[in-house]
Design a protein around this ligand. Structure first.
Ligand SMILES: Nc1ncnc2c1ncn2[C@@H]1O[C@H](COP(=O)(O)OP(=O)(O)OP(=O)(O)O)[C@@H](O)[C@H]1O
Length: 208
């Protein structure tokens, strides 16, 4: 089921038309259509309804079996620092490498402010395998925020965060919700409580 965005986006950055996808068994997504514009869009759904799969389809790491996905965004950020393949990378160097392809990424002093804001200063010189799950996720959030990507995908972004980092993330996303340059897709079970009162530009509902 897809709920229409509250307002049709005036700058569609992504259009999905009758998407079909299966991991091999019964179809997980069948005839899913939606449009994503600027601000924050929620991809919501219960356990196993395909939220993460849809993000991977949008990112292009999976291909739909049917339908079309048209991305108009020039740049896309979808970070997964928890991937064991990144274990040996030093957090600061990993961040730098992740930001390198983004032409409008924040300058180093602003990245540093984000690192400090998420309480990561003491971890920035450590390899990722030494960081807690939450800290690894925060490094990914800093990369996503600092990329200034036109389209940014976040999978359950508040999960495993400490209180101050949840607040920092909520502030960041609240600012982005009011912004006019970036689209963010947040996959989660519901609109995160930390974003209560923040404008949701649209909902793609995968059901319960
Ligand atoms: N690589 C894969 N191969 C086979 N099945 C998969 C694969 N990835 C996910 N699935 C299955 O597809 C379904 C959707 O998974 P997905 O992770 O996209 O859902 P989700 O909504 O993000 O779930 P959750 O919120 O529980 O993480 C689940 O039943 C999952 O087990």
């Amino acid at each position: 089921m897809t709920m229409p965005a509250p307002d049709a986006p005036s700058h569609p950055l992504l259009q999905a038309d009758r998407l079909v996808f299966s991991h091999g068994g019964a179809p997980l997504l069948q005839g899913l259509s939606f449009t994503i514009g600027l601000g924050l869009t929620l991809v919501r759904g219960g356990d196993g309804r395909g939220k993460s799969t849809l993000l991977r389809l949008i990112a292009g790491s999976l291909q739909p079996a049917g339908g079309t996905l048209c991305r108009h965004a020039a740049t896309l950020s979808f970070e997964n620092p928890s991937d064991p393949a990144h274990d040996q990378a030093v957090a600061g160097a990993w961040l730098q490498a992740r930001l390198a392809p983004f032409p409008h990424a924040l300058p180093p002093d602003e990245v540093r402010r984000l690192v400090d804001g998420f309480g990561l200063a003491e971890h920035i010189d450590k390899p990722l395998y030494m960081l807690s799950t939450g800290s690894r996720r925060k490094v990914g959030l800093v990369a996503a925020a600092a990329s200034q990507a036109a389209l940014t995908l976040l999978d359950t972004p508040f999960a495993a965060l400490d209180g101050p980092s949840r607040e920092r993330l909520a502030r960041l996303l609240a600012e982005e919700a009011a912004g006019t340059s970036r689209a963010w897709i947040i996959a989660d079970y519901e609109w995160p409580p930390g974003l209560a009162g923040v404008r949701c530009a649209g909902i793609v509902d995968l059901g319960d």
